[in-house]
Design a protein around this ligand. Structure first.
Ligand SMILES: *Cc1c(COP(=O)(O)O)cnc(C)c1O
Length: 357
């Protein structure tokens, strides 16, 4: 126990990010990054000219990027909030919209950061079990009277709930924020951004980390009624007004200008996902239906932990979660078709070795 850390954090269990090994070149399919590089426009925009201005603070309002995002999503700039990765917005939301009296509710199997934030701010939370088929039961959240946080599509399953189900949750919780985390929506999911015009309690959170190939730049955004956005701005200006650096702002602007490039990549990834899922099923794997850039799979022949370990030995990284209800599964990020060929080849080898043993 640290002599210096406040006792209020003594029990805090920090989030464990996926491995980012620096030692060896893996086929990296463990943290849902895009296998494709940022667009040429992004590379050009953060070149010498912008780097040469690093002596100056960035625009704390992010005006240009907000205008571009607003135009792309059909909202006004005051409906847009920018952040240092979408984790920042999750953090701010737990800080701003919950407390000891007003708790939070989210699925038991979902993004592992939600319970950490709840813990950090001493927010009582309810973690709802998924249905038998691993889908979220929206009825669990109707009229619950707490902040609701749902990743849609959910992670690590890749499954989504419908817009009308989200609307039911919104309608029945008018006094609470409903945060829909759309980190993976661009790979075939349906966004509920339009509902922000009707429901002032809806906060839609998205990120440049997955479909826009900018995980390393740290850029997230939220779309909501301007009241909620103003609340988030208040928190931001009370912590770190310059939370998005100059290079990242420039990269984000260029990324929105090259939207077509990213949409093409997302479509490519969705196609690779379907092909990979069907090849895995042929190998005997059970694959949950995913609309995200990853698939959640299990084998009857191999434990999830074994699949993870054996693949790692062969230079392929996937993600395994220790939680009892999903310990048979591994989550595999969809990479390039070439990376998927390597994955399938290694999995076939592992299965063969297993039979021979
Ligand atoms: C990756 C991810 C995030 C965080 O993304 P950043 O913008 O990189 O912070 C948020 N929510 C979910 C569900 C994610 O998978």
């Amino acid at each position: 126990m640290s002599r210096f850390l406040s006792p209020r954090f003594a029990g805090l269990e920090a989030y464990t990010p996926g491995e980012q090994p620096q030692d060896q070149q893996y086929v990296k399919l463990n943290t849902n990054e895009s296998p494709y590089p940022p667009s040429p426009e992004v590379l050009e925009r953060i070149s010498a000219a912008e780097t040469g201005r690093l002596n100056l603070y960035p625009d704390p309002t992010g005006r240009v990027l907000k205008e571009k995002l607003a135009a792309l999503y059909g909202v006004e700039p005051e409906n847009v909030f920018l952040s240092n990765g979408s984790d920042d917005i999750l953090n701010f939301s737990f800080m701003a919209f919950c407390d000891a009296e007003r708790g939070a509710a989210f699925p038991e199997i979902s993004y592992g950061f939600y319970p950490v934030y709840a813990d950090l701010y001493h927010v009582p939370c309810i973690q709802m079990p998924l249905k038998e088929d691993f889908s979220v039961d929206y009825r669990d959240y109707c009229g619950i009277g707490k902040m609701v946080v749902i990743a849609n599509p959910n992670a690590p399953t890749g499954m989504e709930i419908s817009i009308s189900e989200i609307e039911e949750i919104l309608r029945s919780n008018p006094q609470n924020v409903v945060l829909i985390d759309e980190a993976y929506v661009d790979f075939g999911g349906t966004s509920c951004v339009e509902l922000t015009k009707q429901y002032d309690n809806l906060l839609v959170v998205q990120t440049f980390s997955k479909s826009r190939s900018l995980a390393g730049a740290r850029l997230g955004f939220a779309i909501a009624d301007k009241g909620l956005i103003a609340d988030l701005e208040k928190i931001k200006y009370s912590t770190n007004p310059y939370n998005i650096n100059r290079l990242t702002l420039a990269a984000g602007e260029a990324a929105i200008e090259s939207d077509a490039y990213y949409r093409k990549n997302a479509a490519k990834i969705a196609k690779t996902r379907e092909l990979t899922a069907s090849r895995l099923r042929k190998l005997g794997f059970i694959v949950l239906p995913s609309v995200a850039n990853f698939i959640f799979v299990k084998s009857d022949a191999l434990a999830g932990e074994t699949v993870y370990q054996e693949l790692k030995k062969k230079g392929v990284l996937v993600r395994h979660f220790g939680k009892q209800k999903i310990k048979d599964f591994v989550r595999i990020t969809i990479g390039t078709p070439e990376q998927m060929d390597i994955l399938l080849e290694k999995l076939a080898e592992i299965l063969k070795g297993q039979k021979g043993a």
